[in-house]
Write a protein that binds this ligand. Structure first.
Ligand SMILES: [Ca+2]
Ligand SMILES: [Ca+2]
Ligand SMILES: [Ca+2]
Length: 310
């Protein structure tokens, strides 16, 4: 696993990832923040290598001056597909015109796809200089991350540094939860949250999560044209959507272990097209999870979420 060019800084960061390719052997993640690209300086890169035979399983590339790979970490199974995911820091990435604010990218271990980006907010904070998987600190069922911005200026102290413990999922500005979920096996009700950044038009990583569902169970995401806060009774559960249709046709299977109460979660990407006509539009969502321990003996429902695009 040697670098193949001058100044790549190959191995500036290393981490185990868990088994991303399902061959039973844990794999490894290596960062090269100094790696170059054609005509750009220090975009950086990171790679996952097979722990079994050292072959390259995934390659992640930064863009100009990002120094992607300055930090790397296992992230746990963030999207709930059963394969561990990874976090990669790019501390000199620019964010919204703030030079070197820094980002941490969370990628699927299974496909390499970008799941979410956590961002620094201010000039020269270098957010993402270090990153580590923290486990599920806030008990919402999704693994969290701890990220350092060592050149941040908290309290007005120049470059005092700041460490943030961050949840991948939550309720973004302009979105409103409503209604109530119904409890299934173990007396635990699923809940809905958003991930992948705010619901802005053109955000390709926006999506919705279900957490605390029955482990390994299939789940369906429903979309309604109008919210129905009072709820249509469904045998002890409530449908909080008017004109409900499936938002995504195939069911998503929640993370395991299979059948364990409240242990299942899943992230479902819902990329928002970059269409100005969508700005100001609202959509309303609710999950249903197959769970024979529910009041109706068939499925539980989450609370609902209204999302307004800006
Ligand atoms: Ca492996
Ligand atoms: Ca995963
Ligand atoms: Ca969490």
């Amino acid at each position: 696993m040697d670098g193949i060019g001058a100044n790549q800084a190959w191995g500036a960061s290393v981490s185990g990832t868990g088994d991303v390719n399902g061959d039973g052997a844990p794999d490894v993640l290596v960062g090269a923040p100094g790696a170059y690209g054609f005509w750009v300086t220090q975009p950086g890169r990171a790679r996952i290598f097979s722990g079994a035979d050292g072959t390259v399983l995934r390659t992640f590339l930064g863009t100009n001056g990002d120094q992607l790979g300055k930090s790397v970490s296992r992230a746990g199974d963030v999207d709930g597909d059963g394969t561990p995911d990874v976090a990669i820091g790019a501390p000199t990435a620019d964010v919204g015109g703030e030079t070197d604010a820094g980002v941490v990218r969370i990628h699927s271990g299974a496909s390499g796809a970008l799941l979410s980006t956590l961002t620094g907010s201010l000039f020269s904070d270098l957010f993402g200089t270090s990153v580590a998987g923290a486990g599920d600190v806030n008990a919402d069922g999704i693994p969290d991350l701890v990220v350092a911005a060592p050149y941040a200026d908290p309290g007005g102290f120049d470059e005092a540094g700041q460490v943030k413990l961050l949840s991948v999922a939550g309720i973004p500005p302009g979105s409103t939860p409503f209604g109530t979920g119904c409890a299934g096996t173990g007396g635990i009700a699923p809940s809905i949250a958003a991930f992948g950044g705010p619901p802005g038009a053109g955000n390709p990583t926006f999506g919705l999560a279900v957490t605390r569902g029955l482990g390994g169970a299939p789940a369906l995401l429903f979309l309604g044209s109008l919210p129905y806060p009072a709820g249509l009774p469904l045998g002890g559960c409530s449908l909080h959507l008017d004109g409900a249709v499936l938002a995504v046709p195939p069911p998503a299977f929640l993370s395991g272990p299979f059948g364990s109460a409240g242990a299942g979660h899943r992230l479902q990407g819902l990329p928002i097209p970059g269409d100005p006509a969508l700005v100001g539009a609202s959509a309303h969502f609710q999950w249903a999870v197959l769970d024979l321990g529910s009041p109706n003996g068939l499925f539980t429902t989450s609370d609902a979420l209204s999302v307004t695009v800006f």
